[in-house]
Design a protein around this ligand. Structure first.
Ligand code: 4AD
Ligand code: MG
Length: 455
């Protein structure tokens, strides 16, 4: 049976025989033996193998070049070399799939841009293997967090007729033939109405929270925004908890606890991967993550945040005044220069936020909150929801939403309405924060961004 390299490297005792399979990272030949480093993607570390000339399979050694898939059977013995505990002395070696000399990952030090152009081979590069192992572990930590708190996991639909965020940034879903000359009506389309890929599972999440109390969703969301930034993707994953009988305060508490939990979890479990990020991506990473895990976050109202930004005397590209939406440069000033720690900003002007947020008693602000982190800006956006039917209806009118389309959403207020709140954490932004990776394209296996849908 095959042993994963990760487990072979963690072995407590010598083993004989052992079989490993993976891809050649390097090979050096001597007269009497060859020296190979093999990686199977289960951990950052390669395992070193010594293959004596003449063992079965050795006749193919010249084809076992960088990138080739091979199998090795042999003895796992203590390594005299520095830096690794175990190595393998092969008794047989097998060429499984060769990699000709045009294999693109020959050398180290490729640029992120080049690696994006070969996203299908990119996970074989050390750094990206680490990123995607981390992504997997964080996804599981997310389920663990909510499971331990008795939240029910709900699968909300990917195809929807409603625009949750009201920003009109939706991809149409249609089976209508655009080449037909006759105008086709949405009523004649597949679902008898215009349909889209969802921008958020929140509205459906609210239906489940007002039945099962505490729920979360974790799935892909889609936004047709044409913003070519390092923090926006057109397809990204979001975690959206929703809690019944909860207000903004409880919502902010959960968001902060959640972010801290995820950071603590990677600090405890992903030491090896974090070291590579700390070394090659962001020298201050581990120190910053420890700080985030241990120190309390800051909390300020939008109004206080605007005062701080104005008092800073800084010239921003987008000037600040009460009523404007905060831009990434403002968010970064608050977390990186002013507070120097993650910061939750709450009670935003109602004009800059979607229809579902609860209007505060001042009539001007809504019970919204954004959690901002250094280096990225917003990673969480959430709110207490408007639970009062008449006020929600008035809000919807102001946002030009037809009540007919959202009849089921207003029903949640008609029957057994209750205060409830939730938020969305952008999964990729969280991974960027935890790895120090600077571009969202580099933490998504196959990124979808404007003008780019290869792979
Ligand atoms: O602030 P947003 O738009 O909030 C919502 O969608 C709410 N319905 C969530 C809720 O209350 N249940 O998005 C939430 C988070 C943002 O803070 C950001 O981290 C991420 O989703 N996000 C994006 N991530 C990558 N690419 C994009 N284009 C993103 N847009 C939002
Ligand atoms: Mg937002």
């Amino acid at each position: 049976m095959r042993t994963l390299i990760k487990n072979a490297l963690k072995s407590e005792t010598a083993q004989d025989p052992i079989t490993i399979k993976g891809w050649v990272r390097t090979r050096r030949d001597n007269k009497e033996f060859s020296f190979l480093e093999l990686n199977d993607g289960t951990s950052l570390a390669n395992i070193q193998c010594i293959a004596d000339a003449g063992i079965p399979g050795y006749q193919d050694i010249s084809k076992m070049s960088t990138g080739a898939a091979i199998g090795i059977t042999g003895k796992l013995v203590e390594s005299p070399g520095k830096g690794q505990k175990w190595e393998i002395h092969a008794t047989s070696i097998e060429l499984i799939g060769e990699a000709p000399s045009d294999y693109p990952l020959q050398k180290k030090g490729h640029t992120p841009e080049f690696l994006r152009s070969i996203s299908h081979l990119r996970p074989r590069a050390n750094l990206y293997g680490a990123v995607f192992r981390m992504r997997s572990r964080m996804a599981q930590a997310i389920h663990r967090f909510f499971n331990e708190k008795d939240f029910t996991y709900v699968h909300t639909p990917v195809i929807t007729a409603s625009d949750c965020e009201g920003a009109g940034e939706m991809f149409r879903v249609t089976t209508q033939d655009p080449t037909l000359p006759k105008a086709q009506k949405p009523e004649d389309d597949f679902f008898n109405k215009p349909t889209y890929l969802t921008v958020s599972g929140q509205l459906e999440g609210e239906a489940f929270a007002t039945a099962l109390s505490n729920i979360y969703t974790f799935g892909p969301t889609f936004r047709a925004e044409n913003s070519n930034t390092t923090r926006h993707a057109n397809e990204f994953w979001m975690i959206e908890p929703e809690m019944a009988f909860c207000d903004l305060e409880g919502d902010m508490d959960l968001a902060e606890e959640f972010v801290k939990f995820l950071i603590k979890d990677v600090l405890e479990n992903n030491e090896g991967d974090l070291e590579i990020f700390n070394k090659f991506v962001d020298k201050g990473l581990i120190e910053r993550l420890k700080f985030v895990a241990e120190k309390p976050f800051q909390r300020v109202s939008y109004t206080e945040a605007v005062d701080i930004l104005i008092a800073s005397g800084k010239t921003f590209e987008y000037p600040v005044s009460w009523g404007v939406n905060l831009q990434s440069e403002h968010e970064r000033y608050l977390t990186e220069e002013h507070f120097k720690c993650p910061t939750t900003v709450y009670n935003y002007p109602k004009e800059v936020k979607p229809f579902y947020m609860r209007i505060n008693d001042d009539g001007k602000t809504v019970a919204a909150m954004d959690l901002l982190v250094p280096g990225i800006g917003e990673i969480v956006g959430g709110a207490q929801r408007e639970e009062r039917l008449d006020i929600l209806q008035a809000n919807m009118k102001q946002h030009n939403l037809s009540e007919e389309d959202y009849w089921w959403y207003t029903d949640l207020r008609k029957y057994g309405t209750c205060p409830h709140a939730g938020f969305g954490l952008g999964f990729e932004r969280m991974i960027m924060f935890a790895t120090g990776m600077k571009n969202i394209r580099d933490v998504i296996p196959f990124a979808r961004t404007p003008g780019s849908c290869e792979f």
